[in-house]
Design a protein around this ligand. Structure first.
Ligand SMILES: [Zn+2]
Length: 139
């Protein structure tokens, strides 16, 4: 592959990466509220020997786990109304999507700089021959 072909390839890559970064940027700026945590379904035994859970029918609870002021916190959500639960799920999933986009933007940016540097190398010309003109005559 000659320099012209390499330059053409670098241009295509730059253009593709910028389009991808633009899409990722749109994902990031569309978010309105983020919740850094996870919502999980937990199954447990309550400890009472006569309870159904002692025979294997475990109690199911939906909990939100998050880190608050350096400590891990578990908040039960079982008694929350459906709309609150739905909002929390959206905020948690938006947080994850935000972080994924952010990390991919960093990756694209590094690739973009590599491609720009590659393009620069492929575009350099030899020192122009017009620079040096030998003097053939005095005066
Ligand atoms: Zn029980």
């Amino acid at each position: 592959m000659n320099d012209r072909e390499k330059a053409s390839q670098a241009r295509a890559k730059i253009s593709k990466l910028i389009t991808r970064m633009s899409d990722l940027g749109k994902t990031v700026i569309a978010k309105r509220s983020l919740l850094k945590g996870t919502i999980v379904q937990s199954k447990r035994r309550c400890g009472h020997s006569n309870c159904k859970c002692a025979k294997g029918q475990l109690h199911e609870t939906t909990v939100l786990t998050l880190s608050h002021q350096g400590k891990s916190k578990t908040i039960p959500l079982t008694k929350q109304p459906a709309n609150v639960l739905e909002q929390l799920r959206k905020q948690v999933s938006d947080y994850q999507s935000f972080r994924r986009s952010r990390s991919e933007i960093v990756h694209c940016f590094n690739e973009l700089m590599d491609a720009i540097n590659q393009l620069e190398l492929n575009l350099f010309v030899e020192v122009p021959a017009i620079a040096e003109k030998k003097k053939t005559q005095k005066g």
